[in-house]
Ligand binder design. Sequence first.
Ligand SMILES: Nc1nc2c(ncn2[C@@H]2O[C@H](COP(=O)(O)OP(=O)(O)OP(=O)(O)O)[C@@H](O)[C@H]2O)c(=O)[nH]1
Ligand SMILES: [Mg+2]
Length: 477
Amino acid sequence: MSQFITVQVGQCGNQIGSAFWPLVLHEYGIRTSESDINFLKTQKNYNKNTNELCDAFNSFFHVPNSNSDLAFKSVQELVSAKVKARAVLIDMEDSVVGRFKQGSLRNLFDQTCTVTNYPGSANNWAVGHYTHGAEYHDKICETIRKFVEKCDCLHGFLVMHSLGGGTGSGLGTATLKILDDNYPHVDRFVSCVYPAGTQDVITAPYNALLATKELTDHATCVFPTENKALQDICYAQMNRKENSDQAKYNASCRPFQDMNSIIVNMLLHLTSGSRFPGSLNTDMNELATNLVPYPQLHYIFSSVSPATLTAPTISITQKTKFQDELFTNAWSRNNQLIKVDPLQSESVVLGAAHILRGNASLTDIRKNIERFQSKARFTDWSKEAMKVGLCSVPPAGHPASVLSLINSTSMSLMIKDVVHQFDKLYKKKAHVHHYLQVENFEEDNFREARSTAINVYEGYTELQNQEAVNEPRLRLV
Ligand SMILES: Nc1nc2c(ncn2[C@@H]2O[C@H](COP(=O)(O)OP(=O)(O)OP(=O)(O)O)[C@@H](O)[C@H]2O)c(=O)[nH]1
Ligand SMILES: [Mg+2]
């Protein structure tokens, strides 16, 4: 089974990580607290083949004794077997990483694989990228190398961060560059939160644009999300009538936790084909080949159904079969992790994939693929091409689910917005001096980043505007 190393950078990256690890354990049927017992019983009904779970356990965890029985049931058993999460925790302030060191899963994290400082990168990409990037370069290389050497079939890195602050965007992309330089043949999948629609960091437009350049240059695939879109999913889920008032109240007290669970759900879904068996297995590298026609146009829209909030209190579905409704919801604007519309009439789909988890019949799949093909407009070189993955292990808390992944020209709108927000601030040269006083940062960084983003934007719009060419039938002479 494929192995992954997660790299969590900055406050947001590490908070996504805090949601990631309990959900991973739930997926393998391992309880993280006593209250999980009922939840895990329901899950067992959905997935009776525990061997599949055990075989895949190495994907995210390093088990030192290769003869160990992998049928772990509790965190205590993992700790006794000296199991470690393959996670690198990086933040330039130490409070979020500190919670990992004190939380109930603390013994699953190798304390030597954390890189922290104080007091952060001051919401400044240049501080994260250049100052901390230079200072921690060797430590980050060394930490990652230790994990890589313990893998016998490393498939990819999963990088988690936000682009609004200084550490996730700046040091996160410096780390991505380290991965690209040192392991160019290992895929780098990036899950990043774009600051669209939120106004909590005034320099976010600079940080997002500078980071976008690095993501364009060094990532294999980027799965962007936006907090506004995640919030909308959370509100809709919270207000479902089957949730109790207590569950709704609990959910309203932990907004980021639930928003992050949706991202995690997407990541677990994305990697499921590389971790578990299935009758139509789709590996992550096949996804990259199918979804990315040109190296820079690797921004992938994602949408997942059903959306999973923090397990185990909320949002357990009772239906046991694949329903058309699952697909319809996956294409609905309410379940999108980013607010662009890949199915609107002007958008052109460059590549699409659907990953199904649970038991799906081929008739169901065929019918829904046809439905998707009738809704979407494809390029004329890849008419209606769509990758389908079937993974027999369902996600935690649900009997079945669908992840829709689309590389669409509508991603140009996200890039256009990043450039637009940047231009508004840069026109006034507001806050620019904070960046210019950082060693190695130059005004040219802004210009280059803008030009890379414009290239990506134009790459997408050119394909969108391409007239379908009616080639005459080939004539042999
Ligand atoms: N979805 C989500 N967004 C978050 C979370 N934490 C922060 N954000 C968003 O991320 C952006 C700020 O980035 P942070 O991750 O806090 O910043 P950082 O990377 O730690 O960088 P510095 O604090 O500047 O060193 C803002 O737009 C926040 O709304 C989180 O847990 N989940
Ligand atoms: Mg921070």
